[in-house]
Design a protein around this ligand. Structure first.
Ligand code: SF4
Length: 366
């Protein structure tokens, strides 16, 4: 989606990155003090969710760049850390939680990278494995058209030995990764879905084939890979379609180069329902057997999602018996029924993922 309006916060206007992005976009910027004028511009629109995808705000992160992933005590937590580089997305998925999460949603890119690097240096100094990702409040690679964050982050992670960076995307914006010295400290990850769901609910994303071709290319460049089958949607024939997706994945990439595959089913905050109905009237994803989960989100009735997980996990294990498969935000009952095991204790899943990262990436502790 093209950017139509550019706001630059005076606090970052002096930084070379701000000038460089402005030149690339070729749009005269509006200089502002803080976010008020930006939010007002978006809120005035008849469709702020759409408008937020056309307005880019270059600013600084006033909080911390590194945050713990907001797991809840009711679901098994993976101990992930979020590197908060920016917010929102130029792609447009019907189920995207960011539509309802930010008020109003806006494409913000944080340019105070010196502060980000200081926080990363502190975490690199710890004698523990850290798994850090940028794809929680945005897609990791959409920014590459305007500024290559990967050129900044990948070499930074390459020079230490205890942390891995996961760049998660539905795009094929991998060009800048080609010549970087990554030292197997950066995992390139794709969220995958069935062709039917991509057509139905993932506007402006790359096709499944294009994502898999990009994954193969990254593998050739020596990067470890990961995949996220999330959100899986229940529809007629979905079991066969997700199994076919798994088969297709393994005909493309080497399972020994995959750090992990996560599985998650479609879940949504109740506030998202009317947004989807309004913005994606043709999609049927919100009409299923949903019940409120312990975190207040609507989830498929547990036996339904467990049955789908079991089929898909079995298919993955048939291709790669030792590959780390895990659930995002599921409880012990689902783990036991779908995978026949439950991670031990509060940090059990975290330890399993650390071990998976050490197997596939080049990490070491003192
Ligand atoms: S790619 Fe991710 S962040 Fe972007 S719209 Fe889709 S779900 Fe949201």
């Amino acid at each position: 989606m093209p950017i139509k309006t550019l706001f630059i916060d005076r606090a970052v206007a002096h930084l070379p990155a701000a000038a460089s992005i402005q030149n690339r976009l070729g749009i005269p910027p509006r200089l502002v003090d803080g976010s008020e004028a930006v939010y007002a511009c978006i809120s005035r629109s008849s469709d702020p969710i759409q408008r937020g995808k056309e307005v880019l705000f270059l600013t600084r992160n006033k909080g911390t760049f590194l945050r713990e992933c907001p797991g809840t005590r009711d679901y098994t937590c993976c101990g992930y850390k979020i590197l908060h580089i920016g917010t929102y997305c130029t792609m447009d998925c019907a189920y995207c939680i960011l539509q309802a999460y930010f008020h109003p949603p806006v494409l913000q890119l944080f340019l105070n990278h010196a502060a980000m690097q200081r926080e990363l240096a502190a975490i690199f100094g710890r004698n523990e494995i850290s798994r850090i990702g940028t794809g929680e409040f945005t897609d990791s690679l959409i920014w590459e058209t305007w500024i290559s964050l990967s050129k900044r982050l990948v070499p930074l992670f390459a020079r230490q030995r205890r942390a891995i960076l996961e760049l998660k995307t539905k795009s094929t914006a991998i060009g800048h990764l080609a010549k970087l010295d990554h030292n197997r400290k950066t995992i390139i990850a794709w969220s995958l879905n069935t062709p039917q769901m991509i057509a139905d609910a993932e506007r402006g994303t790359a096709s499944l084939d294009a994502r898999l071709r990009a994954a193969v290319q990254c593998q050739k460049w020596g990067y470890p890979l990961a995949f996220h089958l999330d959100p899986m949607v229940i529809y007629d024939g979905c079991e066969v379609a997700y199994e076919a997706l798994v088969d297709r994945l393994f005909t493309h990439v080497d399972s020994r180069n995959i750090a992990w595959i996560s599985l998650g089913s479609f879940r949504f905050m109740p506030a998202l329902k009317s947004i989807v109905q309004q913005r994606f009237p043709a999609t049927k994803i919100i009409y299923g057997e949903f019940i409120p989960g312990l975190d207040g989100k609507m989830r498929y009735f547990q036996p339904l999602r467990t049955a789908l997980y079991r089929r898909v996990a079995a298919r993955i294990k048939a291709h790669a018996p030792d590959l780390m498969v895990y659930f995002c935000m599921e409880d012990a009952v689902v783990w036991e029924k779908a995978l026949g095991m439950v991670p031990e204790g509060d940090a059990g899943l975290s330890r399993l993922l650390d071990a998976a990262a050490r197997r596939v990436c080049d990490l070491s502790l003192d």
